[in-house]
Design a protein around this ligand. Structure first.
Ligand code: P6P
Length: 339
């Protein structure tokens, strides 16, 4: 019987630790604790229908969105694990208006800060649609031992040390980059380990999928409307018409397009005039992964990772995925926004 070598997330992190400048194990410990939190959230997401953890907790998060019980559970679980890692001194999450600072124990002197959406797409949970966790890791810029400052969190995405997501779907996967490619790990529940299943993930340069909520069509920028019609026209040379696929869960839409090729668009709309998705803990981490797997991510004018953040929960438009398809969207936006 051929035994395939299984590389667990922990083994992989340690083997690749040398690639993180100045990494002396702290980064490995941080990612290890993120993996533990992901396993705990996996356990709850996968039994959500069986225990009273479904539905709304009755509170509203900073976005004015109903907080789902699993949102609150995921936020607390990741906070507890990040605090326990001793390597992270503060976190910005969708669920908290302000940054959460770890002021006691080893974490107080941790050299990393994290921006994260603990459970993105959670409104889909009670209809059994895949949801995800998204995280972005930076080194703090203020001196260790001093109080954290907002500039620690307002670093452009190009300063990310690592970024990743967990998709809680037909299987649970953790996908991350630390600047040397993208690798995917699938949770083997029989041994409770994330195992390397998608080494060196590459986004196809082109694809046949476009992902956008066409319910907002009337308010889209003209360039977006023209791109949608371009996708729907028949043209054999460019394999059009493309297929429309939109789940309404960023991690699920992004993950499918990264594997198959495609472009995800969330333009500005009437209800979200600067876009709906948040720069710090949705767009930047997804942009880092997109670029590291050969794709692109822009806000229609700028490279997402070059945008200087100005607010914790800042929203931006997002166009991301296969390089050639994002460039085509950009062509339409540039041409029609300048006439
Ligand atoms: P819409 C989920 O609420 C989310 O933040 C992302 O996961 C998803 O891509 C987007 O919003 C969906 O938004 O307006 O199409 O329902």
């Amino acid at each position: 019987m051929i035994m395939h070598k299984v590389t667990t997330l922990n083994q992989f992190i340690i083997e690749r630790q040398a690639e993180i400048p100045g990494a002396t194990g702290e980064f490995s410990r941080l990612l290890h604790h993120i993996g533990i939190a992901a396993k705990k959230v996996h356990r709850e997401v996968n039994k959500a229908g069986l225990v009273d953890i479904l539905g709304k907790v009755g509170s509203i998060n900073v976005q004015g969105e109903d907080q789902q019980k699993l949102d609150v559970y995921a936020d607390k679980t990741f906070m507890d694990e990040l605090r326990a890692s001793g390597e992270c001194c503060g976190v910005a999450t969708e669920e908290n208006q302000d940054i959460v600072v770890f002021e006691e124990g080893l974490s107080k002197d941790g050299k990393y800060i994290i921006c994260m959406d603990p459970l993105d797409g959670s409104s889909n949970i009670d209809v059994n649609v895949s949801v995800g966790t998204i995280f972005s890791i930076y080194k703090r810029i203020s001196p260790i031992g001093e109080p954290l400052v907002m500039d620690d969190f307002f670093q452009p995405g190009t300063e990310q040390v690592a970024a990743g997501y967990v998709i809680y779907g037909s299987s649970t996967m953790l996908v991350y980059t630390s600047g040397n490619g993208v690798n995917g790990f699938t949770l083997d529940t029989s041994i409770g380990e994330f195992c390397l299943s998608h080494p060196n993930m590459q986004t196809p340069e082109s694809g046949k999928i476009y992902s956008i909520n066409e319910g907002n069509y009337v308010n889209f920028p003209v360039g977006v409307k023209k791109f949608i019609k371009y996708c729907q026209e028949k043209d054999e040379a460019t394999k059009r018409p493309y297929t429309s696929r939109y789940i309404g869960s960023l991690v699920a839409d992004f993950h499918r397009n990264m594997l198959k090729g495609g472009v995800f668009l969330y333009p500005q709309t009437s209800s979200h005039p600067t876009g709906k998705l948040r720069l710090l803990y949705e767009c930047n981490p997804m942009a880092f992964i997109a670029e590291q797997s050969g794709g692109l991510a822009t806000d229609g004018e700028r490279r997402i990772m070059e945008i200087k953040p100005e607010a914790l929960h800042q929203r931006v438009p997002l166009y991301t995925g296969s390089r050639n398809m994002v460039q085509k969207v950009q062509e339409f936006l540039t041409f029609f926004n300048n006439i």
